[in-house]
Design a protein around this ligand. Structure first.
Ligand SMILES: *[C@@H]1O[C@H](CO)[C@@H](O)[C@H](O)[C@H]1NC(C)=O
Ligand SMILES: *[C@@H]1O[C@H](CO)[C@@H](O)[C@H](O)[C@H]1NC(C)=O
Ligand SMILES: *[C@@H]1O[C@H](CO)[C@@H](O)[C@H](O)[C@H]1NC(C)=O
Ligand SMILES: *[C@@H]1O[C@H](CO)[C@@H](O)[C@H](O)[C@H]1NC(C)=O
Ligand SMILES: [Zn+2]
Length: 447
């Protein structure tokens, strides 16, 4: 009996070792197309952050790549630092101080954006929005589908100002967050935006003007299965939690589950640039376009609204991190959407006026890297304005780097592991940007 337990413990330990991933900061002496090279030789490596100008990259590296990858770096005369060899432990350590969350009766209370709510808390909050006298007249909610683990996908609609009751606005805006599980900040910021639109619907001139012209649909948490997994099992999880044909590859390595929702949208899906057809990759595109419940639910919802005489006009897609304002197309380096110059000019103006010029605006494929099956590419086939924000910590995030002396270096961070304080800081910035952007469209009479 004792013997069996020992074997079981040893086996568990062994599995944990297999599943662990490292986060490394890698630097090369020369600018080059390192990324392409790396992705070819190490298809299951996950790029978390990069700075092409500095030739520096942050990677999430599966354990069984470590020695080959080290040789590879040395061959190119590069160097690396271990940011963490146990992200989960580092994360849990930093969380010890966090207090228990207490809900409020007021659905617009700041407590709903000062914390990273769990999926259940998020659902309870939607119910409060639907029933509270403060908000119920101004919103509708839609269950657009269920996830593989049967969590509900909920869209909240903020009703525009109407002259008549139940009148639908001609145009609509769509905003989503939480597509990638580990990007918690995008969910918090979406909740913040929802609250601000409701709070300011009457009092703020620009918000009021926007709600005279648009209804706003929000899906703050698109990937609840992945999100809950990242809360409880693996903080750096990105995909959803559907099983794949390779679910037991690498002795049940957990990364062989799940599909990257932002590679699964039914547009240029089969082009496989920057999207993987390997089930164990963090950017696995799935077995077929829109194979995932989360994706097909959104696709059907957007298409149905479009058929019901309400035109989607703009889509704001929230991710973290990197401080990028990304425009379509994502799938191609050379092709541009037909109104690209207008999108670029308008976005750049907003960055100058409300974001202290610190976001970089440009085509997603050029600023980041080309990839296929993304939600903004799909949305750009339905509506004239579609863009992704890669949010970021304004202040330095949680210290993550240990140097060779095992001392903490607080200049080195992983942007996913944000402090909840960041929600309000980034939320304010992005809310102002969206308001400014939509208001400029109304002002220019571009509708
Ligand atoms: C999924 O959840 C809904 C409630 O949200 C429930 O009615 C339904 O029975 C569940 N389905 C399964 C297969 O568990
Ligand atoms: C994707 O491309 C492959 C090879 O080009 C082809 O065999 C397959 O049918 C395509 N799949 C879809 C869904 O278009
Ligand atoms: C965008 O800005 C550039 C430079 O100011 C200008 O030449 C161009 O006409 C503008 N294009 C659009 C579509 O606004
Ligand atoms: C480690 O500590 C030694 C002695 O304090 C110091 O000289 C060295 O620069 C440190 N190494 C790093 C990478 O910080
Ligand atoms: Zn993302």
């Amino acid at each position: 009996m004792v013997h069996k337990t020992k074997i079981a413990i040893f086996f568990l330990f062994f599995l944990t070792i297999l599943q662990a991933e490292h986060v490394w900061l890698v630097k090369f002496p020369h600018k080059d197309n390192h990324l392409l090279h790396i992705q070819k030789s190490f298809p299951l490596i996950d790029l978390l952050q990069h700075d092409y100008d500095q030739s520096s990259y942050v990677f999430l590296i599966p354990n069984n790549y470590l020695s080959d990858f080290t040789h590879f770096i040395h061959r190119l005369h590069g160097s690396f630092r271990i940011i963490t060899n146990n992200p989960e432990k580092t994360w849990k350590k930093s969380q010890r101080r966090s207090k228990r969350w207490v809900p409020s009766d007021n659905p617009l209370d700041q407590t709903y954006y000062q914390h990273f709510l769990s999926y259940d808390e998020q659902q309870d909050w939607y119910n409060l929005l639907k029933t509270s006298l403060l908000t119920k007249k101004f919103i509708r909610s839609y269950t657009i589908g269920h996830t593989y683990e049967n969590r509900t996908l909920t869209i909240i609609k903020i009703l525009g100002h109407s002259h008549r009751r139940h009148q639908q606005r001609k145009y609509a805006i769509y905003i989503d967050g939480g597509m990638h599980a580990r990007e918690w900040l995008s969910i918090g910021v979406a909740n913040y935006i929802l609250i601000q639109f409701l709070k300011l619907r009457k009092t703020n001139v620009k918000v009021r003007e926007i709600l005279y012209n648009f209804d706003i649909y929000m899906l703050p948490l698109m990937n609840p299965d992945g999100y809950e997994f990242s809360r409880h099992e693996n903080r750096l999880w990105r995909k959803n939690r559907s099983p794949t044909p390779h679910s037991d590859y690498w002795n049940g390595d957990q990364s062989c589950y799940g599909i990257d929702l932002n590679r699964n949208f039914p547009y240029e899906w089969n082009n496989t640039i920057g999207a993987s057809d390997h089930a164990c990759s963090h950017s696995y595109r799935g077995p077929s376009p829109a194979s995932e419940n989360e994706v097909i639910s959104v696709v059907n919802f957007l298409r149905q609204q479009q058929l019901s005489n309400q035109k989607f006009y703009a889509y704001f897609n929230l991710h973290a991190y990197g401080r990028f304002w990304l425009l379509p197309w994502t799938y191609s380096l050379s092709k541009k959407v037909s109104n690209y110059d207008e999108l670029f000019n308008r976005s750049s103006k907003v960055v100058s006026s409300v974001m202290k010029k610190t976001y970089r605006v440009g085509q997603a494929s050029r600023l980041l890297y080309p990839c296929t099956g993304t939600s903004i590419d799909f949305a750009a086939t339905l509506m004239p304005h579609a863009m992704t924000f890669e949010l970021s910590p304004m202040f330095k995030g949680l210290p993550m780097c240990f140097d060779q002396n095992k001392t903490l270096d607080d200049t080195c961070t992983v942007g996913f592991l944000t402090d909840p304080k960041e929600i309000e800081i980034d939320g304010t910035e992005i809310f102002n940007a969206i308001v400014e952007y939509m208001y400029s469209i109304i002002r220019d009479r571009c509708l």
